[in-house]
Design a protein around this ligand. Structure first.
Ligand SMILES: Nc1ncnc2c1ncn2[C@@H]1O[C@H](COP(=O)(O)OP(=O)(O)OP(=O)(O)O)[C@@H](O)[C@H]1O
Ligand SMILES: [Mg+2]
Length: 437
């Protein structure tokens, strides 16, 4: 006996109307035309008409009762194929969880796939950020949430921590790194293998229909999708948050996810604010973003763990590094290897080793020509610079362009607004000054 859910799906795929599906379902249960007519309160001719539409849609040839037998056989075969696929999927899934580090996390009630998410056994503070994200996703059921911040500030680590805390509340947790810039088609096919392995996405001819498929999946159960490192699908040399050519369709996906009611959430991390998020976010909107700053004094624990000494200088080091855990770890290696762990001696000699400036340069190198002009001007200042002063200093650039560039630089966390103007973190300043020598 074919389950009704399978009939429903295959009927939708073949554009069988709901009236036709009613007749088909009863026919599949072996009911006679007369019985179907009685149950549906329609004439026998109407039943025949509906079934003949169905035969056409499944391209079943032949005459009268032969067609029904053919259709039944066809559907049973299709169902068996699907069941085999599902069994194969279950095998590979079991293999995957038995051989992956996420095994302990995959419990009987929910499907958990961490992909290549890093382990975060050492993790300091972030209490407020975790509470905010928890509130947005669990209590307020925001559908699209972005964690933003400069490279190395801890977006991925925070997101892993959050996802671990809230995973029990979801039927599915699927973590995907976008670092290899998968096309949206690849990503959707990947999600289809997990969410509905029996469905072949290529049967949906347009991207809209595939996105619609995902949305119905996300409406049917509570899923937490995490896309980590979204900047990989954003374009260098353009204003922040612009999709790479061929990747604009991600914008369509984010837009639809934000717009359609659903009990699932998509959590993004990115070094740049994604265009669609900037467009749709708001205090009462289901789209939110959290800008992540450094660890501040909690970074002391990190320096301690790295075995550094010269504690009286730690605050200076942390301030200069804006509490960025990755940059501090890179510096700590140099401090250990060259200065026997003494932060004071390190600071007396240098501030940013190459490991740090190379890392920051990756981000600075992505700037647009316009942003470059503006950031060089900000970097040349000793004091915070006001917008009006920037406009005066860059007389040859239009005010509108300067404003666009400032917004974009902020969305990359490469400049900061303080009360009396814009400033630039020391490590970024160092890189700008190095490249403009
Ligand atoms: N709260 C924290 N406590 C301790 N270590 C942290 C914390 N946050 C991040 N780290 C460490 O700092 C490093 C950088 O963190 P992470 O990879 O999460 O940064 P990111 O913002 O995702 O960077 P990128 O933009 O390069 O992806 C990692 O080694 C991570 O373990
Ligand atoms: Mg990351």
């Amino acid at each position: 006996m074919i389950p009704q859910s399978f009939l429903n799906t295959i009927a939708t795929e073949h554009r069988v109307s709901s009236a036709e599906l009613e007749a088909l379902s009863l026919a599949m249960q072996g009911e006679s035309i007369a019985n179907i007519a009685r149950q549906l309160h329609i004439k026998e001719d109407a039943v025949r008409k509906r079934l003949s539409e169905v035969y056409q849609k499944f391209q079943i040839q032949g005459r009268g009762p032969v067609k029904l037998t053919k259709l039944q056989r066809h559907l049973i075969n299709q169902y068996r194929e699907k069941a085999n696929l599902q069994a194969a999927f279950a095998d590979s899934y079991n293999q995957a969880i038995n051989s992956s580090p996420s095994k302990e996390a995959a419990n009987r009630h929910n499907y958990i796939d961490w992909d290549a998410a890093p382990d975060v056994s050492v993790f300091y503070n972030r209490t407020n950020e975790l509470a905010t994200l928890n509130d947005w996703i669990v209590n307020q059921r925001c559908r699209l949430v972005a964690v933003l911040g400069i490279g190395g500030v801890g977006k991925t680590a925070l997101t892993v921590k959050l996802a671990k805390q809230i995973q029990e509340q979801f039927d599915y947790l699927i973590w995907r790194s976008l670092s290899s810039a998968p096309s949206l088609e690849e990503l959707l096919a990947d999600l289809a293998r997990i969410l509905q392995p029996e469905v072949e996405l290529s049967q949906f001819k347009t991207l809209e229909r595939r996105i619609f498929w995902l949305i119905t999946q996300l409406q049917a159960r509570r899923c937490l999708l995490v896309f980590d490192g979204v900047e990989a699908i954003l374009s260098p040399g353009k204003l922040a948050g612009t999709y790479l050519p061929n990747y604009q369709n991600y914008g369509q996906l984010f837009y639809r996810l934000a717009e359609e009611p659903s009990k699932s959430s998509l959590l993004l991390t990115s070094r740049e604010k994604v265009g669609t998020v900037a467009l749709l976010e708001g205090a009462t909107s289901p789209v939110r973003s959290l800008k992540l700053d450094g660890l501040e004094e909690h970074a002391r624990s990190l320096l301690q763990e790295k075995g550094l000494c010269g504690e009286q200088n730690w605050t200076t080091l942390i301030e200069q590094y804006r509490g960025n855990p990755l940059m501090l770890k890179l510096a700590a290696t140099t401090v250990q290897e060259v200065f026997d762990g003494d932060v004071g001696e390190f600071l007396a000699t240098t501030l940013f080793p190459h490991s740090v400036t190379d890392f920051v340069a990756q981000m600075v190198n992505r700037l647009s020509v316009l942003e470059d002009r503006v950031i060089v001007e900000i970097a040349s200042q000793e004091m915070p610079i006001k917008l009006q002063q920037l406009i005066t200093n860059l007389a040859e650039v239009s005010t509108q362009d300067i404003i666009d560039a400032v917004v974009s630089l902020k969305q990359r966390s490469l400049i900061e607004k303080v009360n009396h103007g814009f400033v630039i973190p020391s490590a970024v300043k160092e890189v700008i000054n190095l490249s403009n020598k």
